[in-house]
Design a protein around this ligand. Sequence first.
Ligand code: ZN
Length: 163
Amino acid sequence: MVVVADKVVLIHYTLRNDEGKVIDSSAGGDPLAYIHGHGNLISGLEKELEGKPAGEKLAVRIAPADGYGERSAELVQRVPRRSFGGATVKPGMQFQAQTSSGEARVATVTSLQGDMVMVDMNHPLAGENLHFEVEITEIRDATEEELAHGHVHGPGGHHHHDH
Ligand code: ZN
């Protein structure tokens, strides 16, 4: 069996940036389980895994366009501190925000400038090359229920649900 659309794929992975710093890793825990071809992973990584058998190990570099996108200057904005309604605002604070086109994004406060707050709505990994080391630990058929829900049940997936 190889990785194709609608298969449940379990992977161990380590993600590093250009400087070699580990950003995320499944090491020491359960492998990540996902349904292939449903946009659950970034597109560049799904492309690299396509057609590979269980047991395969790969090391790939994914450019921003196939990862979390390029950084956009338009997503960096100055907003008045009063728009936070009296809440304490500190650099590093994150909150849900909407872009002018209505898209939901996580925004990060980057600095304070007097009564203004600099807010960055870019994904923290936007503009970064992603260096993945991946091992495919298991490939199996998805159940009908998993396909209907669009996510994996059981080990590495969702254990609890109320849907
Ligand atoms: Zn479910």
